[in-house]
Design a protein around this ligand. Sequence first.
Ligand SMILES: [Zn+2]
Length: 120
Amino acid sequence: MSHAPVKIHRYKEGLFGVDWEDGNRTALPYRWLRGHCPCAHCVDEWTGVRRVGEAEVPFNVEPVRVESVGRYALRIHWNDKHDAGLYTYDYLRDLTAKWAQGPHVEPGAAPACGSKGGCV
Ligand SMILES: [Zn+2]
């Protein structure tokens, strides 16, 4: 494994941080990260359709514990009692790139012109 976490942070701004062996850094908002949980409960195994996303997750969600799994993943135990998601190192790095690209639109967010009456 060419990249592994050297250090894991819980930034007070509500970001989950990983310092990687190769010098890269990850810093992702808890709720966004929880909304990208890759487990079979949150993503339908057969169709790949996400069933639990950021909009379904409490605003104050945060990790209570992080566990290393093998040498390839982190299991994040969340304060909403969810701990089924294995965030592989590759997946975390993909998410880091995805977050960096933005834009950060929450699924289910109301359209800017309001939900009633449309944009006329
Ligand atoms: Zn999950």
